[in-house]
Design a protein around this ligand. Sequence first.
Ligand code: 5GP
Length: 209
Amino acid sequence: MKLNERGLLVVLSGPSGVGKGTVRKALFELEGHDLVYSISMTTRPPRVGEVDGVDYYFVSREEFETRIKADAFIEWAQFVGHYYGTPRDKVEAQLSLGKEVVLEIEVQGALQVRERMSDGVFIFIAPPNKEVLYRRLLRRGTESGDVIQKRMDKAEREFPLAHKYDYIVVNDEVTNAADRILAIIRAEHAKTERSIHKYIELLEVNNHE
Ligand code: 5GP
């Protein structure tokens, strides 16, 4: 029996308000891929229209802290007063089935994953400029002025961390950004270090010719 090859972990990250969620949704609407989204857990209250088990698993602080102690997260972070984390069991299960798993997480968490799962693909989603980011946070209209300012301050500190990622994708147009991410995922599959083992027999034959 051939064991499944381990899947590819794709980490989408970047400052809050950059449009990570919208880009991720557009990516999943594109044809020709078999990506699985990792649903995060959070203590933030649901926004209007958000569904438990679809957008997030919404839990209490107590429950989240119990899971931290049980080492149930690949990574977790506090973001503007709330916990956010990636459940370990589901991601591991999908990766061992050979699935491509997409995380959409903030920068602190992405850097934790980078240390633990360095064979993933790390993509920083950037705004075209700071002005656009500020306008997007305002337009979203789900947070108070104080929270928007906190998210903006955090973004300023996060921009310089982009150099720790494998790729930077500017979210100028959502569909363009999603197309570029899919192109990156495809290119990653073709990278020699990820694919050479599949062709080794063929290459050996050719060497003897
Ligand atoms: P929001 O409250 O706007 O849904 O999310 C706030 C920030 O937390 C966003 O940057 C979002 O990408 C990030 N986030 C969502 N899920 C996770 C997670 O599981 N881990 C980490 N570290 N960040 C997350």
